[in-house]
Design a protein around this ligand. Structure first.
Ligand code: SAH
Ligand code: SF4
Ligand code: F3S
Length: 460
């Protein structure tokens, strides 16, 4: 710990020197890929850099330090990052003082860290997900030695999770809050357990304290983050620390108006969690419940631990308890071995459940996962044809969900001058109103429905 403080001191001194000689503070720019976990990590690393004397750049071109916080959940995500960092080669040649870093899920894979070291020698630092708090040290070492710093050491085994106090946020009115890290589910296609380490819950008192601090700073909406939030509490000394209990405690915090969470795994969505979502007024009646596939056989291959019937039954229980609940989902098409009948089983669930939102993905092979070993892969042409059939089935369902709102007046939390979200996460467009700022709550009467949003007028 003291070591970390020393690096902060050294870097602050270094930056003060730059400030004294050039009159400007060094600027940083973080480019974030992937999910909310990464967005939150970027906020934390921004806070660290600001403690060191850096200021945020409004554009990448103005930055003295560019950091790529990467995702590797699908191959396309990795290709995008390599495209972006390769484009910096001539920029770096012209401006050798520019520092470039790459971190996050993608670089946590040693094969990628090695590839960057060999093929992109102009990158100054490469680190992973579990040592992101050591950014000041890595930056200092890279500045001092002029040589690349490559370090993806994992320190998951520590009893305490090193968390970084956050002082920066991408939005004034809402924030993600990590309640757990890592994942132990090992879905056969997924790389996350390999790049985010083992599942670890944060002590409840720490989570609550962070949310209280956020609320005092004007945050009205929190998104509780974890790869499998309903497993929250496992391994904590305090046995009463469960996810429903956490929701009850967050619901008590003054200033917080909306509570969301992401992601819950269908395999352990308990009755007590359904009751908590139903009974707690601040918990949004909107649940992201990834289906992945509707075929019981494919689900078993994927190691998802639920069947088609169990998924449908869970959706019914939620819809019976809360008739207006919004269920959104993730679906993968073209998993190895997926037959036409398996794919139709997915369509069947889509028709039966009536989702309010969905992310659809073509299966992407991730080296190191069990699914990558399979030889019964589906030809790309079949995958894209199924993908199109899935969206053709899905989009009218999403639109119907929005159309049912026409004529209703809904509570909208303002995000931008002409946009906001309903409690069920519906994106709402409205005509610009004066004096609205992010976090304001307004009433909007819905007049028109599209597939991905609704349009309405502000009701006084
Ligand atoms: N923990 C979350 C998901 C995190 S990854 C959960 O269990 O639901 C987000 C989504 O990416 C997954 O739900 C899945 O639909 C998709 N995904 C993950 N690995 C993938 C792969 N190899 N190919 C295609 N999609 C994938
Ligand atoms: Fe990946 Fe499955 Fe963990 Fe989600 S639950 S992060 S899909 S292994
Ligand atoms: Fe991507 Fe890592 Fe999130 S792989 S989806 S950024 S946990």
């Amino acid at each position: 710990m003291t070591e970390q403080k020393d690096y902060r001191y050294l870097l602050t001194a270094h930056n003060d020197h730059i400030f004294n000689t050039t009159g400007t503070r060094p600027q940083f720019f973080i480019r974030t890929y992937g999910c909310q976990m990464n967005s939150r990590d970027s906020e934390k690393m921004s806070a660290l850099l600001m403690q060191l004397g850096y200021t945020p750049a409004t554009h990448q071109d103005n930055a003295n330090f560019i950091l790529f916080n990467t995702c590797c959940v699908r191959e396309s995500a990795e290709d995008k990052v390599f495209g972006h960092i390769s484009r910096l080669k001539p920029v770096k040649a012209e401006n050798p003082n520019l520092m470039i870093g790459v971190c996050g899920c993608m670089t946590q894979q040693s094969i990628i860290a090695q590839k960057i070291e060999k093929k992109l020698p102009y990158i100054n630092l490469v680190f992973g997900t579990s040592n992101r708090h050591r950014l000041p040290e890595f930056l200092w070492r890279a500045i001092q030695t002029g040589a690349p710093v490559i370090d993806i050491t994992e320190d998951d085994t520590l009893p305490e999770i090193k968390d970084i106090a956050v002082t920066t946020r991408d939005f004034p009115h809402k924030a993600g809050v990590n309640i757990m890290y890592g994942c132990d589910n090992f879905c056969a296609y997924c790389i996350v357990p390999y790049v985010r380490g083992r599942e670890r819950s944060r002590p409840m008192a720490d989570v609550l304290q962070e949310i209280e601090t956020l609320a005092a700073d004007g945050v009205k909406e929190v998104m509780l983050l974890g790869q499998n939030v309903n497993a929250y509490g496992k391994g904590l000394r305090d046995e009463s620390a469960t996810f429903p209990e956490l929701l009850r405690n967050v619901n008590e915090i003054n200033g917080i108006e909306r509570i969301r969470f992401m992601t819950s795994h269908p395999k352990d969505f308990s009755e007590s969690l359904i009751a908590a979502v139903k009974d707690l007024p601040k918990v949004c009646k909107a649940i992201h419940l990834p289906l992945q596939s509707g075929s019981t056989r494919v689900l078993a291959d994927m190691n998802r631990m639920y069947s088609q019937d169990e998924y449908i039954a869970l959706a019914k229980r939620l819809q019976t308890a809360m008739p207006k609940i919004a269920l959104s989902t993730d679906i993968i098409v073209g998993y190895p071995g997926e037959t036409e009948a398996d794919f139709e089983a997915t369509l069947k669930v889509v028709r039966q459940v009536g989702f309010s939102g969905a992310f659809t993905f073509m299966y992407s092979k991730r080296s190191g996962t069990p699914a990558a070993e399979r030889t019964d892969t589906i030809p790309p042409k079949v995958v894209s044809e199924r993908f199109d059939r899935l969206t053709a089935e899905l989009y009218p369902i999403l639109k119907a969900y929005n159309q049912a709102k026409i004529g209703e007046t809904i509570d909208v939390m303002v995000e931008e001058p002409t946009k906001g979200r309903g409690a069920d996460n519906t994106l709402v467009h409205f005509t610009s109103e004066k004096n609205l700022s992010p976090g304001n709550m307004i009433h909007v009467r819905v007049t028109e429905a599209k597939t991905f949003y609704v349009i309405g007028e502000v009701v006084k």
